[in-house]
Design a protein around this ligand. Structure first.
Ligand SMILES: [Zn+2]
Length: 426
């Protein structure tokens, strides 16, 4: 079947089931879970569980480490980790964006060496991904639209939906910012897709009149979009900023018309691993009922999610109030009594932005349990205010005295994901 017609059929199926089961996602999940058993029976890892009992709760909760150490047994197509790693690493070094083994795409997740995930996707899974992006992110229209995609690496997935109605242009984040801005000015996109740190740069240039693009839709991807970054981009472009919450494990959540992220619960089962007593933060444990080459079952992500109880759009899919960052970025100190103190990134974000409303660009990096490196715009007055604010926060948590160093440049390596608050002490 032609790739594009296949995408269109999957798009219709997705949209149809979403509308049909709009208020009955539990029954859709139940139906899909039963069908999913046949996939799990092909996985040497999951087969024994399914033969004994077919309830989801009896399957083990796994994380990235367990997933990777059981790679050979989890996937249903007999691909070994060593082979997948060899192909994916070689492709990345050669900037080949479509490495394959027997028609299966192999992808590497970002992360430190030795901690990278390897992910597999069959042609059918790629088609379903594109269909979902069309249904929930780009939207269907009979008008001709140009999409500007700012990414670290191109993917033939995007160009696969290239048509007379939808044109895609890939902008390589490894190029200098000035060159990218010049190109996007010339291209005049209708839809702008990029990570928030780049959208901020674009918004700043538009604010001072150095860029005159007027996209009708802006989609933030890859990094956490903080409320203040979102408000700034919204103010400059005068529109709701949309988001895609996606990782190599799957397309997890997309925004509704209100700009609120909702998990795609028509094909995902989301369980919550709460992180605090007040149950405000949780790690999502995901089961993707659409995967077939490499089942994702009860896979705990280390993203810290804040739940939104209701959304006026009417969708019953679980809504996200904010994504705080990752649990790896919880800052860890010693208390004055010698105990360990853990502080969620959001406390630092608030301490910084509430110190002075002029602070919109900042980074806080924990170097060790006794040292923080902070950037707030290379301005002595703002630094003094932040120092007071951070010290008040540390005092509240009874943290022993630490060194707080202010640096002149943002701690962000070009073309990598910006994490404003992060722990690099490990
Ligand atoms: Zn909504």
């Amino acid at each position: 079947m032609f790739f594009k017609s296949w995408i269109f059929i999957e798009f219709l199926k997705l949209r149809f089931t979403r509308i049909l089961f709009r208020n009955h996602s539990a029954s859709l999940q139940h139906y899909r879970w039963r069908k999913f058993q046949s996939v799990l029976k092909k996985s040497p890892f999951y087969r024994p569980f399914i033969l004994n009992d077919s309830s989801l709760v009896n399957l083990p909760i796994i994380d990235k480490k367990i997933f990777m150490s059981n790679f050979d047994k989890i996937n249903t197509i007999g691909i070994e980790l060593s082979e997948a790693l060899r192909i994916a690493t070689r492709a990345e070094n050669e900037r080949d964006f479509a490495p394959m083994i027997d028609g299966i795409t192999v992808g590497l997740s970002s992360g430190t060496i030795g901690n990278r995930g390897v992910f597999l996707a069959s042609k059918k899974e790629r088609v379903q991904w594109v269909a979902c992006i069309l249904d929930r992110v780009v939207g269907f229209s009979f008008k001709r639209r140009k999409v500007a995609f700012f990414l670290r690496a191109n993917s033939n997935l995007y160009s696969s939906v290239q048509s007379k109605l939808l044109m895609f242009q890939f902008f390589d984040l490894l190029e200098p910012l000035e060159v990218l801005l010049e190109k996007v000015q010339k291209y005049q996109p209708d839809i702008l897709v990029g990570q928030p740190s780049l959208l901020i740069e674009i918004a700043r240039k538009k604010e001072i009149g150095k860029l005159t693009i007027s996209p009708k839709k802006i989609i933030s991807v890859a990094e956490v979009l903080t409320p203040e970054d979102r408000d700034f981009i919204q103010r400059i472009f005068q529109q709701t900023i949309h988001q895609v919450y996606q990782c190599t494990e799957g397309l997890l959540a997309t925004t509704c018309k209100n700009g609120v992220l909702h998990f795609n619960e028509d094909y995902l089962i989301i369980e919550k691993q709460y992180l605090d007593q007040s149950k405000t933060r949780f790690h999502p444990i995901i089961t993707d009922l659409k995967r077939s080459s490499q089942p994702i079952v009860r896979y705990e992500l280390n993203d810290i999610i804040h739940e939104k109880k209701t959304c006026s759009c009417g969708s019953k899919f679980l809504a996200i109030d904010s994504i705080e960052g990752r649990s790896d970025d919880i800052l860890v100190f010693n208390s004055i009594d010698g105990a360990q103190v853990k502080i969620f990134p959001d406390f630092f974000r608030k301490a910084i932005i509430l110190a002075d409303q002029r602070i919109i660009d900042y980074t806080v990096v924990q170097i060790s349990t006794k040292k923080l490196s902070v950037f707030v715009g290379n301005n002595k007055e703002l630094e003094d205010k932040c120092l007071i604010s951070i010290n008040q926060l540390l005092e509240k948590f009874r943290v022993e005295s630490i060194e707080i160093e202010f640096v002149k440049e943002k701690l962000h390596e070009k073309a990598t994901k910006l994490r404003r608050i992060r722990n690099e002490s490990k």
